[in-house]
Write a protein that binds this ligand. Structure first.
Ligand code: ZN
Length: 505
């Protein structure tokens, strides 16, 4: 038993390291499940995962953690709240509180429902029949409402769900930022719609041999600073990045021989996540000081490398001659300018994951607004398909012909991930605000990129964001790094400049 605050802190760190170690085993099993596991392994893997989840939960709600938190938080290790110990108490305290407030029965019911609802969702999507998914969606929303009540909140039950993904964010702040963003986006898209300029449509859909795509994507990920000695790139159906632990970060992508964008920008995106994971302080593994802040900040890193860097003209000044060498058949007769325009084509589409940089956030806004409405009881589950179609017509000017590419295209709701979507848009907003600051601090980054030089930007991200682990909440980090709270200004300034030049407004 700990006698001094210092000993209590050590014991607490040992406990969170053990929890993280289990988490990293689960990540590795999860990675394997989605890359190399033979289909026959599915049941045994589910049992392995359930066992680890149970062990993790048990460790997270150990009363001893509460005692240790108490000893440390009442000691002079806190020193006004800015010390390592204070960060650990704040962050471990939050997960401990959340885990202990959730009744075991609700946790189990959520796990079971999520697995059954995902099955129903897959079937419903394949048959384009919302009726199959409907009762499960209703049940999931009901359970998530119970979760919010159990966890507790100040102003809005949605905050309790959001807090799981984006600690410290409130729906009130997010709503204000996103509503401002929506108005500006719609204005920008109107200008693009009114423009007569269009990229040559077929460039990205020509034939790009798979091996060449893989070699090219790998080269780009390596060049921007993803360390392949401490990471891998493999193939999967729904790409992701997972940090297994110090020295081991796994990227995944998928290849389509008639689509350049999917694998290339997907690899850049996941490499951005990977660079963040590789930049976390290894010596703090298993404590909040060695962990990523939030989904929004994680997404800001992936989106920055994918978009601000990967879809910039200067990036392609360096990479385009290599692309032409690698894909002579597809790109032999295409100029750099034509390729750059094609990589930045803005066109309303039904599927979020395939949408362009200009329309992406409207897809998120639609989901966020619907979640808010059904969570507040203003929208019934029966009416979700129609509400979805109406919003797509209002914001993007298109109506999905069926629900499989409408309200059933994403896995999130069936998996119980409600309050998750807004973190994608937060990621885009954070990424633009960070990138504008990096340019201010570092000067002409475009000159760097045109030479294939990305290390100054990577180091800036390492120093200003990755090295801190969870020391700051996302809302505080953005103020610390950029001097301003999060707003839509930087993203809109960046997009209006880029698309204004391309589309002539
Ligand atoms: Zn991402």
């Amino acid at each position: 038993m700990a006698s001094t605050p210092q000993a209590a802190l050590q014991e607490l760190n040992q406990k969170t390291r053990a929890i993280s170690m289990l988490g990293s085993c689960a990540s590795l099993l999860g990675w394997d499940e989605r890359t190399y596991m033979p289909p026959g392994g599915v049941n045994h893997r589910a049992e392995q995962m359930a066992m680890i989840a149970g062990m993790t939960h048990e460790k997270m709600v150990e009363p001893r953690i509460g005692e240790l938190l108490n000893i440390v938080s009442n000691s002079d290790l806190m020193n006004g709240g800015s010390t390592d110990a204070a960060v650990i108490v704040r962050e471990v305290g939050r997960s401990f509180e959340r885990a202990t407030k959730l009744p075991q029965a609700l946790v189990e019911e959520l796990t079971r429902t999520s697995s059954l609802a995902q099955n129903a969702w897959e079937e419903a999507r394949a048959k384009k029949d919302f009726k199959i998914f409907k009762p499960w969606l209703a049940k999931m929303i009901d359970l998530k409402k119970q979760e919010a009540e159990a966890v507790g909140y100040k102003d809005d039950p949605y905050d309790a769900l959001l807090d799981d993904f984006e600690p410290g964010a409130t729906v009130k702040d997010i709503e204000k930022t996103l509503t401002g963003l929506r108005a500006e986006l719609v204005k920008m898209l109107d200008k693009i719609k009114g423009s007569s300029r269009r990229p040559k449509g077929d460039i990205m859909k020509r034939r790009y041999p798979r091996e060449a795509q893989e070699k090219f994507g790998r080269e780009a990920a390596d060049r921007i600073g993803f360390d392949f000695k401490r990471g891998r790139l493999d193939v999967t159906v729904h790409p992701f990045c997972t940090g297994i632990g110090p020295g081991d970060t796994r990227l995944t992508t998928r290849y389509d021989e008639h689509d350049f964008n999917n694998a290339f920008f997907g690899t850049m995106h996941e490499a951005g996540h990977g660079i963040y994971d590789q930049g976390l302080p290894e010596s703090h593994f298993g404590t909040p000081l060695g962990d990523a802040i939030s989904l929004g900040i994680h997404e800001s890193q992936s989106r920055m490398w994918e978009n601000q860097v990967g879809r910039s003209k200067s990036f392609w000044k360096y990479f385009y001659p290599k692309a032409q060498q690698t894909f002579p058949e597809a790109l032999g007769d295409v100029t750099l300018d034509e390729f750059y325009f094609a990589a930045n084509d803005v066109k309303p589409s039904f599927i979020r994951t395939e949408s362009d940089e200009g329309t992406y956030n409207l897809h998120i806004l639609i989901r966020f607004e619907l979640e808010r409405a059904f969570f507040a009881g203003q929208l019934q589950v029966d009416d979700v398909p129609e509400a979805w179609k109406k919003k797509y017509q209002d914001y993007l000017g298109i109506t999905p012909p069926d629900d499989s590419i409408g309200c059933m295209q994403d896995v999130h709701w069936s998996a119980g991930l409600i309050g998750y979507f807004p973190t994608y848009s937060l990621g885009n907003l954070y990424s633009a605000q960070f990138f504008a600051q990096a340019k201010k601090d570092l000067g002409d980054l475009d000159a760097d990129f045109a030479k294939g030089e990305f290390s100054r930007l990577k180091k800036w991200l390492n120093d200003n964001i990755h090295a801190h682990g969870r020391r700051y909440l996302a809302t505080d980090l953005v103020k610390k790094v950029t001097g301003k709270p999060l707003s839509h200004d930087a993203l809109m300034t960046y997009m209006n400049a880029k698309f204004g030049e391309l589309y002539g407004f």
